[in-house]
Design a protein around this ligand. Sequence first.
Ligand SMILES: NC(=O)c1ccc[n+]([C@@H]2O[C@H](COP(=O)([O-])OP(=O)(O)OC[C@H]3O[C@@H](n4cnc5c(N)ncnc54)[C@H](OP(=O)(O)O)[C@@H]3O)[C@@H](O)[C@H]2O)c1
Length: 260
Amino acid sequence: MKQEHVLIFGGNGRIARSMTALMLARSWKVTSTIRNIHQKDNLIQIGKSQPGSINVLNLDLRNLETSDDAKKIIETVKPTIVVFAAGSFPNTYTIDRNAAQRIIKASTETPHVKKFLMISFPSSRRNAAPWWGKQDVQNWQKEISSYPDIADAKIQADEYLVAMAEARELRLGLPFQAISLRPSWLLTGPSTGRVKLGRTPTLGQVKILDVAAVATSLLARDDTNGWYDLVQGDDCIEHAVEMCVKEGIDCFEGEDLQRI
Ligand SMILES: NC(=O)c1ccc[n+]([C@@H]2O[C@H](COP(=O)([O-])OP(=O)(O)OC[C@H]3O[C@@H](n4cnc5c(N)ncnc54)[C@H](OP(=O)(O)O)[C@@H]3O)[C@@H](O)[C@H]2O)c1
């Protein structure tokens, strides 16, 4: 099994913590950034009796003023994978857009970073998805008008990832997996191990533990890339990921790459 080193921004979040446990179980190394140092001991506990190792860094994402600030962290930590799992209702443009974009820029410009995953949500798109029915379109319009700032911040970050991954391939000629995992409303509780991944309805729910398992499974492979919408469903997670790869599913379909 390949050993990855994952740098997680927003490391104490619900999805991030669940992902950390699964990554450590795969013997991966995790460097987790948190803004509240009192969370450190609790995070380190996740690594107890796991084959992987965990390291914790203190970082308030509001202090990440430029992509060079992000680059310094990435160059010091030397991860192979970067994950952005932070989110902030009160500071959505500062965190979900600006910090995400600065980290994306720094990651795509750093040759040893091979994969990037961010957590977004299925309504983060400019155009109605081609696979949606009438009710999905209405639900999407309702969601983006209920949370206009979050929707706007997330779409700008998602689009930026697509653009910067393209630019990296052109500039460095190096492969880069740019993954936006887009779970619908999050639920706590035990994992089900079953999901619907790829072309999903706009609205749904999904267990946090299942989101983390999908994220880890997408990152464990070298052939995943693009936008993956996610709700609870009947497909076992590894099979759902395999089917998306096999069928070339990318929920970016219907968006306009030229405009971006
Ligand atoms: N809620 C949903 O149903 C839903 C659905 C789809 C997607 N999402 C998105 O999925 C992502 C992860 O969700 P989640 O529920 O796992 O998130 P979460 O538990 O709310 O965690 C977000 C993390 O971001 C960190 N953060 C916020 N501001 C920060 C700052 N200035 N500096 C450093 N860290 C900061 C928080 O730190 P503290 O621990 O210190 O507060 C927290 O650990 C978010 O972007 C969210 O918008 C959510």
